[in-house]
Design a protein around this ligand. Structure first.
Ligand code: 6PG
Length: 242
């Protein structure tokens, strides 16, 4: 399944459009009294999106009906500068009125292998299931220049097909352990959206979209929601080789 590409001139415009898309997904559920189960990624790119959600959707979105999880988390304490939870708290949660119980962080301070099991159980308990896997409403993904997504790196493609909900991934350069959702869970979502910004992503974006240069080595090339929408939101810099 190929992603629907949505390309905008500036990173701010991309983030604005994605925030509006997220609002429409949440609002559609909220209007029926349903909660929206969202898994977000970490790193740097989401910061601009979280800023817009906090500033422009603070009063628009019914945050009491949005339930947050992480696509992946570094195995560090929440106050560590590497923590994806810590980044999301700083750029989003601290600026909106969201109940604490709606935030389900990976406990990066725990033993990784045990935390992967614990987090999997937490997700199993709270989410509805589809095709034998937990079914998220929305997955906000990022991509590394090496084509990794979540914390599934090119040397760990087997994590895409794991039968587990969460597993431990290892950053190939730093050796840092991470708890990550597996490909089966990501692909079981109703809406999978990548936010891709910057010229350092242009090469891998073109490789995957043009299916060239051994693109199958990239974990991102194997993301294809079976029964969901699949979109890439990009700025012109990230899309410049398309
Ligand atoms: C993480 C992310 C990871 C991220 C990419 C892109 O924990 O690092 O979940 O998958 O989305 O590495 O990161 P940037 O947005 O910093 O480029």
């Amino acid at each position: 399944m190929e992603p629907e590409l949505k390309i905008y001139k500036t990173q701010l415009e991309v983030a604005e459009k994605l925030a509006s898309r997220i609002y429409s997904i949440v609002e559609k559920n909220d209007s029926k009294g349903d909660k929206t189960f969202i898994a977000v990624s970490g790193g740097n790119t989401p910061k601009i999106l979280f800023n817009i959600l906090a500033e422009e959707y603070r009063e628009k979105i019914n945050w009491s009906n949005t339930i947050f999880f992480w696509v992946d988390e570094r195995c560090v304490p929440p106050e560590d500068q590497d923590s994806n939870y810590g980044m999301t708290k700083k750029f989003l949660f601290d600026k909106i009125d969201i109940p604490e119980e709606n935030i389900h962080r990976v406990k990066g301070e725990n033993i990784p292998e045990k935390e992967a099991v614990r987090y999997s159980s937490e997700i199993d308990e709270l989410l509805k299931f589809k095709n034998k896997f937990p079914n998220f409403d929305l997955m906000i993904m990022g991509i590394g220049p090496d084509g990794h997504t979540a914390s599934i790196f090119p040397n760990q493609l087997e994590l895409l097909r794991s039968e587990h909900v969460c597993v431990v991934g290892v950053h190939p350069q730093s050796g840092q352990k991470r708890v990550t959702l597996t490909g089966n869970v990501i692909n079981n979502s109703d809406n999978v959206i990548f936010l891709i910004i910057g010229k350092d992503k242009a090469e891998v974006v073109a490789d995957i979209i043009k299916q060239r240069n051994g693109f199958e080595k990239y974990p991102t090339a194997h993301i294809a929601p079976e029964n969901g929408t699949y979109e890439w939101y990009l700025d012109e810099n990230a899309a410049k080789l398309l």
